[in-house]
Design a protein around this ligand. Structure first.
Ligand code: GRG
Length: 313
């Protein structure tokens, strides 16, 4: 397999290159033919999984895994496999988030959502199967020859995406909308930040940590990249809140202006639009600052932190 050239520093070029390689890997993983050890694969299910995972998305999470891996001297091929696992998990979360019982969205990545293109039961199962496949990919020895490293990657992804991470954050989000009991007033700033750190930030931070662990990063590098990943995750989520207000569906490939309608706690609501933009830029600078010990090899991750703040979709 061709790999990501490490000499290229242009963010757009590297992001696009990783997206192509991830698409190829995902196509292979989501084929109709059963993988070794499987009985068979229902064609409707693999088609729905491909609809949810192929042909769209910025592939920012696998990009972070590959680039954090390269920074810590992990081969790009390992970063790509682990990055594909993170992207499978991310795609599962989008498929389930779009369901009528969650956000009830018709449009994702500029296309009908999986339950619209197929049906609700198929979309639930497609999400389930993307989620479980993510862990199988990480646990496979093609991802890393050392079983202890693979176990650490699995633990990292599970913690970021489960009850104390993304799924827990989604639960707080639904509660904040008043789904389970009436809510009194807006969420305090600190609770919005905690919810967002779980729902969105944890998986972005894990994308970075998984890359670092693939490269055998030491405790100091893991701590610095942890600070980077958390600040980048928070930057990304505030940018999402700002785009929900300032952008439109054509640009985003999904419905916008939904947060205020649903009474969602966002930092735009808490800080105002201008305050949210200042906070976004502060967090992006914090992410860049966390990389101060890494020299120019980390320039592409610095550029990614700025991209998370300035992105238009
Ligand atoms: C349903 C278990 C479960 C979790 C849902 C991730 C999530 C939690 C919900 C997605 C809703 C949302 C709009 C979150 C805000 C930030 C976010 C994750 C945006 C989508 O990620 P991008 O912009 O999407 O990286 P692409 O399409 O580029 O991959």
């Amino acid at each position: 397999m061709s790999s990501v050239p490490s000499g290229i520093h242009d963010l757009d070029t590297r992001l696009a290159r990783t997206a192509v390689l991830i698409e190829r890997l995902l196509e292979n993983l989501l084929a109709d033919e059963p993988a070794e050890g499987e009985v068979t694969r229902p064609a409707r299910l693999t088609a729905a999984m491909r609809h949810g995972a192929l042909g769209g998305g910025k592939r920012l999470r696998p990009f972070l895994t590959v680039e954090a891996g390269l920074l810590c001297n992990a081969p790009a091929e390992r970063g790509l496999r682990a990055g594909a696992a993170v992207e499978l998990l991310h795609c599962y979360s989008l498929v389930h988030d779009d369901l009528p019982a969650m956000d009830d969205d018709d449009l994702r990545r500029g296309r009908p959502t999986v339950h619209k293109a197929f049906d609700e039961a198929t979309a639930i199962l497609a999400g389930d199967a993307l989620l479980t496949l993510a862990f199988e990919v990480l646990a496979n020895e093609a991802t890393h020859p050392d079983g202890a490293v693979r176990a650490a990657l699995v633990t990292c992804l599970a913690r970021a995406s489960g009850v104390g991470g993304m799924v827990g954050g989604q639960m707080f989000d639904l509660a904040a909308e008043g789904r389970f009991e009436a809510v009194r007033g807006a969420l305090p700033d600190a609770e919005i930040r905690r919810l967002q750190a779980m729902k969105t930030g944890a998986l972005l931070a894990a994308s970075v940590e998984i890359g670092a662990r693939l490269g055998g990063a030491d405790a100091a590098a893991l701590a610095a990249l942890g600070r980077y990943g958390r600040a980048l995750g928070a930057t990304f989520q505030i940018a999402d809140d700002i785009l929900d207000v300032e952008s439109d569906a054509a640009q985003m490939g999904k419905a916008t202006a939904k947060d205020a309608d649903k009474g969602k706690g966002t930092l735009v609501g808490a800080l105002g639009l201008a305050g949210a933009k200042r906070e976004r830029d502060r967090l992006s600078a914090e992410a860049v600052e966390a990389l101060s010990g890494f020299g120019e090899k980390a320039d592409v991750l610095r550029a990614a932190a700025r991209f998370a703040a300035e992105r238009k979709s």
